[in-house]
Design a binder for this molecule. Structure first.
Ligand SMILES: NC(=O)c1ccc[n+]([C@@H]2O[C@H](COP(=O)([O-])OP(=O)(O)OC[C@H]3O[C@@H](n4cnc5c(N)ncnc54)[C@H](O)[C@@H]3O)[C@@H](O)[C@H]2O)c1
Length: 431
């Protein structure tokens, strides 16, 4: 099939490359000229495992092209994915300006039947809105489809190639059938393609993210209560997670969730429910707990040292989760800001997010080339992201480098007894 993907961020680029991989002809569009120039040379501007190889191969085989000209892509394609950002607006709602601008441009340039797919995460009712915007610009027939994306950054290619399910919201047969055909190569192992109305598809995406965020905030509260009673959250988590009705994923306590999706999607669901006069109480609490949890590590550090003024704190992990360079809403940002405000010096290290961090903190932070360099003369180490390379470090080397052997582990990657045996003062979450 001939496909256009508008927006080549974490979602659009993965969608474009994976659809090319199954033999479709894909043109990816972005208004960011620098990005498009890089992609034309098969240089992928983000870190996502496996993506560079996929882009290189499919571009070389002539199935994947990049342009800044939306009209060229729209004219050449029968299915057009809108995969632009839907950032958080000032009042917590999803800002739809990019989606709407793209819908207008598609309407203006389409010259025959098109399937227009909302791939971006958009509030309930957006498919209708997109339909109205396009209809104002064109007399050609078209279908609007809502096809929310459930991929995880850090495993995005794998998730798209082997989805748990594909959700397609469609109001007419023609659009639904084309989408089902497009996704069939990805669901050979039996994952369901679920066709439903657009409102249900739109809400399914928010409900999924909000439920995952709820599990995280819930376990963070359980961890905080564990600390009050001397219980071990690892034991509690295992006991709870082995109940088949509950399952074991997304029950790890830590320093709160971040990223470009959970925080904004939780707020947007609260917001568009409120538009219908519905007070989504659970999610308001989920969000409040998350805000508090992001500063738990700083509070622990402060109560250990009494004052952080003049202290040197090493921070391992800046990205909002491992295997990505994305720092949008990353807990590391408020943590480092609070440390700096309290007069500490921060020596930071992340395997992939150093350049992004430089854009956020400039010269306020010292950037270490290697994880161990960050520890030099540090009063304490704060672990904020659970990258694999932090899991089995050389503890003796760590202790020798640090001024005092103090580790505050925001992701519970070490065991308290193990750290005690290595001579560290060690604190974690809920243990
Ligand atoms: N990041 C994720 O893990 C993830 C997962 C599922 C769904 N989503 C949703 O997918 C959408 C995109 O997210 P993302 O993380 O890929 O965003 P992103 O910010 O990484 O990328 C968006 C891209 O769209 C481009 N763009 C904006 N307006 C444009 C226009 N008018 N024409 C052409 N290009 C334009 C931007 O230049 C940018 O490259 C969001 O709605 C998000 O909520 C994201």
């Amino acid at each position: 099939m001939k496909i256009a993907v508008i927006g080549t961020g974490y979602v659009g680029l993965v969608v474009g490359a994976c659809l090319a991989e199954t033999g479709n002809d894909v043109i990816c569009v972005d208004k960011d000229e620098v990005k498009v120039r890089l992609l034309r040379r098969a240089k992928v501007p983000i870190y996502e495992p496996g993506l560079t190889e996929l882009v290189k191969r499919n571009a070389a085989e002539g199935r994947l092209a990049f342009t800044t000209q939306l009209s060229r892509a729209v004219k050449a394609s029968e299915i057009i994915f809108i995969a632009v950002g839907t950032p958080q607006g000032e009042d917590g709602s999803a800002d739809l300006q990019h989606v709407e601008a793209v819908a207008r441009d598609i309407g203006k340039t389409m010259d025959g039947f098109r399937v227009i797919v909302d791939k971006s995460t958009v509030p309930v009712g957006t498919a209708q809105r997109v339909r109205a915007i396009v209809a104002r610009e064109t007399s050609h027939p078209f279908s609007v489809v809502s096809n929310p994306e459930f991929l995880k950054q850090g495993a995005a290619v794998d998730d798209f190639m082997k989805p748990d399910r594909v959700v397609i919201g469609a109001e007419d047969q023609r659009g639904a059938e084309l989408m089902v055909a497009l996704y069939q190569p990805f669901t050979r192992t039996g994952a369901p393609i679920m066709v439903m109305d657009c409102a249900s598809a739109e809400l399914a995406k928010y409900a999924a993210n909000a439920l995952l965020a709820t599990r995280i905030s819930f376990m963070n509260e359980v961890a905080n209560v564990c600390e009050l009673f001397g219980a071990d959250v690892d034991r509690v988590r295992q006991a709870v997670g082995s109940d088949r009705r509950i399952g074991s994923s997304f029950l790890f306590p830590g320093v709160g969730y971040g990223g470009s999706c959970f925080p904004k999607d939780v707020k947007a669901l609260v917001r568009f429910s409120a538009d219908k006069k519905y007070d989504f109480k659970v999610l308001k609490a989920v969000e409040a707990v998350n805000q508090r949890q992001k500063l738990v590590l700083v509070k622990k550090l402060e109560s250990h040292f009494k004052s952080l003024k003049g202290r040197t704190i090493a921070v391992w992990g800046l990205a909002f989760k491992p295997k990505t360079d994305d720092m949008r809403e990353a807990p590391a940002v408020p943590i480092i800001k609070a440390l700096l405000e309290k007069g500490a010096t921060v020596q930071a290290y992340d395997p992939e997010a150093m350049n992004v961090a430089r854009g956020i903190f400039g010269t306020k932070v010292t950037y270490a080339k290697k994880s161990y360099d960050a520890l030099r003369d540090a009063d304490a180490l704060a672990i904020v992201t659970e990258w694999h390379e932090f899991r089995e470090p050389d503890f003796d080397r760590m202790r020798r480098l640090m001024k005092t052997p103090v580790v505050f582990d925001g992701r519970n990657i070490y065991h308290p007894q193990q750290m005690q045996a290595h001579g560290f003062i060690y604190a974690s979450i809920g243990r």
